[in-house]
Design a protein around this ligand. Structure first.
Ligand code: AMP
Length: 280
């Protein structure tokens, strides 16, 4: 496995592969890899001849008061995980490599990005769309892998690829959880012991919402309320949002009948965590 820092090195390698008619899968990450990321890499390795994993904490998708500086980083460990999983190339650019002096072109989306995480993180998806577009242009993969953990991101990327004719297949992968149900996240490392325990309320509240839906409840207001009440029962949790939205448009629904995304974000102490499920 190679680890490279420059766009040119990625291009050279991919060009070689292309000459040999080799298929390429891309897994974009911000590093500090866990089993959630690994599930994406495993799937990519199974479905492509060669897999590129990008490890880049993208400054453009962080707001001024967010955790860019403290975001956990450990390239050595990431490289070991990638290597073991059968990755061919790790792309680990510095911010200056991705955003040269005078950089001023962005990929923005009018729909899908205003609600859910976009409300509290107004510049987030512009940063995500811009960096993912750049990675798509650099690697030119056949397929790219994204987790349903970031469901809004998955929907936004699918929409962007469709709008801008990237010709890349976007593969959505299920949420990987800790044994006790907490969705795996690089940000879980911010939680102290007490907060880690309290964080379980995210998945528990969604489980209650899903149980209502399993029992036939379609009133989105009632489903939302049950989730809100459970989250509010945990003193360390502060709700950012609880939403029941159409899985295609991400617009709030009154009746949860079609494919819907039930998504939540909550602060546990200072750490903002997200979780969701999709109801088909
Ligand atoms: P990140 O490094 O947080 O930007 O995540 C990189 C990719 O891994 C994104 O497509 C995420 O949705 C995905 N991912 C992160 N956590 C999980 C998880 N627990 N299960 C599945 N995919 C995940």
């Amino acid at each position: 496995m190679k680890i490279v820092e420059t766009i040119q090195e990625v291009r050279n390698q991919v060009k070689e592969w292309r000459k040999q008619g080799i298929s390429v899968g891309l897994v974009p990450t911000m590093g500090y890899l866990h089993e959630g990321h690994k599930s994406l890499i495993d799937r990519a390795v199974a479905e492509n001849d060669k897999v590129v994993v990008s490890v880049f904490v993208n400054p453009m998708q962080f707001g001024p008061k967010e955790d860019l500086a403290s975001y956990p980083r450990d390239l050595e460990r990431d490289a070991a995980i990638c290597g073991e999983a059968g990755t061919a190339l790790v792309f680990h650019p510095q911010p200056e490599e991705m955003y040269h002096k005078g950089f001023s072109s962005f990929v923005d989306m009018d729909t899908l990005t205003g609600g859910l995480c976009g409300k509290t993180r107004p510049i987030h998806f512009r940063g995500v769309c811009t960096v993912v577009s750049k990675l798509f242009h650099i690697v030119m993969p056949d397929k790219a892998y994204f987790g349903q953990k970031d469901a809004q991101q998955l929907a936004v990327i699918r929409h962007m690829v469709d709008d801008l004719d990237f010709g890349i297949e976007i593969v959505g992968c299920p949420i990987i959880r800790e044994e006790d149900g907490l969705a795996k996240s690089s940000r879980n490392t911010y939680l102290n012991k007490e907060e880690r325990e309290a964080a379980l309320v995210l998945n528990q509240s969604l489980t209650e919402g899903k149980a209502l839906m399993d029992a036939g409840e379609t009133d989105a207001g009632k489903i939302r309320q049950a989730i809100v009440e459970k989250l509010e029962s945990e003193p360390l949790a502060k709700i950012d949002y609880v939403e029941v939205v159409d899985w295609n448009t991400l617009e709030p629904v009154e009746n949860a009948e079609g494919p819907v995304l039930v998504a939540i974000a909550a602060y546990i102490g200072k750490t903002r965590l997200i979780d969701n499920f999709i109801w088909e």
